[in-house]
Design a protein around this ligand. Structure first.
Ligand code: C2E
Ligand code: MG
Ligand code: MG
Ligand code: MG
Length: 284
């Protein structure tokens, strides 16, 4: 054990703590390099209509391959946020999604909506609206093809300012989704205070639907309330047929989950789209 002595204060660092520190620093260094080189991949998870099982959109999800190992965004996004890298990474995701939307329009001659996750600090950036509009113009993408996903953490301290930015973007045609609903402190409160077009139920809630009668009742009332307010309900993390049947019964609008597909690279997403297009042609 090493002791660092500074005036009256004693601080003991064990080898283990030292290792953790070294790992954290090397992770930060690699994140910085990845950010400089835009060494990210974006994968897409289909979003389907519960009415007819058609693919209506996809969620863009970031992947980081660090020396051959995939690091979960749940791990590296918070670090990127602390390091102030999330804005740059965020713009990269928006550019990538726009370029993919263009490709879909050209090859599938159909439109689709891509959902993009935003970190709180992105919406707080003064130039965010201008920069996003520059990107969509550059790729010739209409804002109605993009939905931004935000979480309640976005609103904890700056609800007025964030609401203003959301309104500015909505005036341009972008839409908004409240992600991870049903966990944390997310509540009925947000339904009235926030101008969102869609609410996305968290996958831990989805998971409970098959065995938790109370949660089914809660979902039923969320759906009723959302319908009255003109807000769509997306169910995330659908893995089983049984869950799909419950959410159909409860008249939810859309779903995502491993039951239909995991997040896939852009090429596979295009294949899923064209496969569905062919099936719908052969049925009509
Ligand atoms: P999220 O936005 O709530 O995304 C849903 C997560 O659930 C994704 O994890 C997705 O791969 C996973 N998932 C989808 N279907 C299923 C299922 O049926 N079962 C299970 N167990 N999981 C399912 P992923 O890709 O690891 O992303 C984790 C989180 O990282 C996201 O949660 C989002 O908050 C954040 N994230 C991902 N990409 C970005 C990004 O580009 N920007 C920002 N700011 N955050 C991002
Ligand atoms: Mg999301
Ligand atoms: Mg979510
Ligand atoms: Mg999440």
């Amino acid at each position: 054990q090493t002791a660092f002595i500074e005036k009256k204060f004693f601080c003991y660092y064990s080898d283990e703590m030292f290792q953790v520190l070294v790992q954290q620093l090397s992770m930060e260094q690699d994140l910085r390099t990845a950010s400089e080189e835009n060494a990210w991949e974006v994968v897409y998870q289909p979003k389907l209509s519960l009415d007819n099982n058609a693919i209506v959109g996809a969620e863009a999800l970031l992947r980081w391959n660090r020396h051959g190992t995939y690091i979960s965004p749940d791990v590296f996004i918070p670090i990127a946020e602390q390091m102030g890298l999330i804005q740059e990474i965020g713009y990269h995701v928006i550019r990538t999604a726009c370029s993919f939307l263009k490709q879909i329009q050209l090859t599938e001659s159909r439109s689709m909506v891509i959902s993009i996750n935003l970190s709180p600090s992105q919406l707080m950036e003064p130039d965010f609206v201008d920069n996003v509009l520059k990107i969509t113009k550059h790729y010739d993408i209409h804002p109605s093809s993009i939905t931004f996903e935000i979480t309640e953490s976005t609103f904890i301290s700056h609800i007025e300012r964030v609401n203003e930015t959301i309104q500015l973007l909505k005036d341009q045609g972008f839409s908004f989704s409240l992600d991870d609903f049903g966990v944390g402190y997310s509540s009925i409160h947000y339904f009235s205070r926030l101008n969102v077009d869609e609410v996305k139920l968290d996958k831990t809630f989805t998971e409970s639907l098959t065995y938790d009668m109370k949660n089914r009742i809660i979902l039923h009332s969320i759906v009723t309330m959302a319908k009255t307010l003109g807000i769509a309900i997306v169910i995330e993390g659908v893995e089983q047929k049984e869950q799909l049947e419950i959410i159909k019964e409860l008249k939810c609008d859309f779903y995502q989950g491993y039951y239909f597909s995991k997040p896939v690279p852009p090429g596979e997403m295009l294949q899923l789209l064209s496969l569905q297009y062919q099936t719908s042609l052969s049925q009509s």
